[in-house]
Design a protein around this ligand. Sequence first.
Ligand code: SF4
Ligand code: FES
Length: 256
Amino acid sequence: MKLKVFRFDKETGESRYDTFEIETSTGMTVLSALFKIQEEFDDSLAFRYSCRGAVCGSCAMLINRIPGLACRIRIEPLLRCEGKIKLRPFSGMEETVSWDPENEVLVEPLPSLPKVKDLIVDMDKFFEFYREVEPTFKPASNPPEKERLMMPDAVNELEKYTNCILCAACVGSCPVSGKDGDFLGPAALAKLYRFHIDPREADDESRLMLANSKRGWWGCEFHANCKAVCPKGVPPIEGIGKARKEIKERGKETSK
Ligand code: SF4
Ligand code: FES
C-alpha cells in the first residue's frame, strides 16, 4: 500500500506530497506506518507522538481527510473504506489533492492550526484558549474531612467531558475554528462546561459567563463535527448547547 504524506518546510514555505510504498502488517496503525517511513525511506519526516496508546493526544492528524489519532487508526480498515464519517465542510477539506482510497492513505496535518513542519502543527493558540477558560478546580468550600460526595448522575455527566485528552482533533474539524482564529473552539468550551457543571465548584454563574461572547458559546454554529471526530467520545456541541440554554434562561445572552 501507499501512504501519501503532506510535507512542509516553514523556512521556505514550500509544501508538497510525498508518496511512500510500504509493506503493511496486520493491525498496523498509521503511526506505525509513519515510523516505517522514517526508518526505511526518509528520516527527516516530522510528526508528533508520545504514548502510542491513544492517551496523550499528541498524534492527532488528518487521515483520509478526517481528524483522528494516528496511533489508534489502523491501515487495513482505511483501505477497505470502513469507518468513514460524514462531516460538514471544514477548512482543509477543500485542498485539491487526489488519492486512491482503496490503495493509498492520505496523511496531512490538522487544519485550523498553523503548520510547523510536515505533520506537526503549532498548538500554542490551542493551549492559550484552553488556559483562558481557567481549567483548574476551584472548590467552593474548604476540603471536608473525608471525600467530597457527588450524585452518580452528576458524575456521569461530568465524565463525558473529563475524558478529553487535548488532541485538538475537534478544533481541526471545526468549520468555525477554521474561519475565525479568535473562536475559543470546541475543546476549550467543553473544558469550561466541565468545570461549570462540577457540583464541587461555587454554585454561581462565573464560569458560564467566561464564554458569554461570540468568541465563546455564541460563536458555535452547531455543525457537530467536534462530537463526530472526538476519539474519546467527548460531545463539545452538547455542552455548548446546554450552556447557551442556561444563559438564555438567566436572560444574559449577548450578541458581542
Ligand atoms: S474534545 Fe475530543 S477531539 Fe477535542 S481535544 Fe478533547 S479529546 Fe480531542
Ligand atoms: S501517541 Fe499518544 S495519543 Fe497517539
